[in-house]
Design a protein around this ligand. Structure first.
Ligand code: ADP
Length: 301
């Protein structure tokens, strides 16, 4: 296969591992920095140029598009789809999953377990909003945050009110969420490829911290998941339309709840925690799934 790897930095662990796994299997990989690709949007022959040359003959495109370049990255990916190249994850599914609110709405519509979550732009009545999501303790999250930054635990009603007022004062978009205290500072990252969970790890926060992000000092270990968790995770990835996804769940006393479905899950944490060759599994999946024109939307929508 000839594979286009959309990545801004081929030296990053995930990119490196994908290149390695593809080359081991005899495939050709070209790394493309999406921001440097330019496109011709004509009705009969859509094309992409890169460093003065037309990109041609690709079978598969693997998007590893960073959150900060979602908009342009999705456009480049869509162009590949219009050219009939098989995308590991489709542009529509990626933009869907990058929008936390839209994701939660889609998942709730299909009955997936979620933490009770509220969202407001300019609520006139913050007290009522807090009541709506069940009262303190609450987790308040900046919509644009990653790696646990901008995720705040407000233990009392007063703290919740001030944090919400503070974030709104700086015009930040926020989610207000039920605090799943019974998760005890742990969450589970499930790695899904082609509708199956291929690896799962439990991330545990350091003592005194509720956020389990590795960047916040959390540690990871392999974990066995229950059939109920498995079914929730697989359905969540399917609802988002993602072939490859990192689905984060919390163990709540009302069953597994989905926190996030990630369309470009990192490989380093999960490969190191589980000892599995996830990059190899992704390339194996591409070999099986890749058929020209098999993109569900062909860049539509
Ligand atoms: P980010 O996308 O920035 O990592 P998350 O929403 O995943 O932010 O939150 C970071 C961490 O905080 C999670 O991994 C989890 O351990 C913890 N956390 C987030 N939301 C809740 C919640 N509602 N209840 C309990 N813990 C939570």
């Amino acid at each position: 296969m000839k594979i286009a790897l959309l990545s801004r930095n081929p030296k990053l662990y995930s990119s490196r591992r994908l290149i390695e796994a593809a080359e081991e299997r005899g495939h050709e990989v070209q790394v493309i920095d999406v921001l440097r690709a330019y496109m011709n949007i004509t009705s009969n022959k859509p094309s992409i140029h890169y460093k003065g040359e037309e990109l041609e003959g690709f079978d598969v495109v693997i998007p590893r598009i960073g959150a900060s370049v979602t908009f342009y990255g999705a456009a480049v990916l869509r162009q590949f789809e219009m050219m009939g190249v098989f995308p590991l994850n489709e542009s529509v599914a990626i933009t869907r999953s990058r929008d936390k609110l839209r994701s939660l709405q889609l998942l709730s519509r299909e009955g997936i377990g979620l933490p009770v979550t509220g969202y407001a732009s300019k609520p006139d009545d913050i007290k009522d909003m807090i009541k709506m999501v069940g009262g303190a303790p609450l987790v308040i999250k900046l919509l644009e945050g990653t790696q646990g930054i901008g995720v705040v635990l407000a233990e009392t009603q007063k703290a919740a009110e001030s944090v919400i007022e503070g974030f709104m004062g700086v015009k930040a978009n926020i989610l207000v969420q039920e605090y799943i205290s019974e998760a005890n500072g742990a969450d589970i990252r499930c790695f899904v490829i082609g509708g199956k969970i291929v690896a799962a790890m439990k991330r545990q926060a350091v003592k005194g911290e509720f956020r389990s992000n590795i960047h916040r000092g959390g540690s990871a270990e392999i974990v066995r998941i229950t059939p109920e968790e498995r079914s929730t995770v697989v359905r969540a990835a399917k609802i988002m339309g993602l072939n490859v996804a990192g689905v984060d769940i919390l163990r709540s006393n009302h069953g597994p709840v989905v926190m996030e479905v990630n369309s470009s899950p990192g490989l380093e944490g999960i490969e190191k925690a589980t000892g599995k060759d996830i990059a190899g599994m992704i390339i194996d999946y591409c070999e099986k799934a890749n058929k020209p024109g098999k993109t569900a939307t062909k860049g539509k929508g």
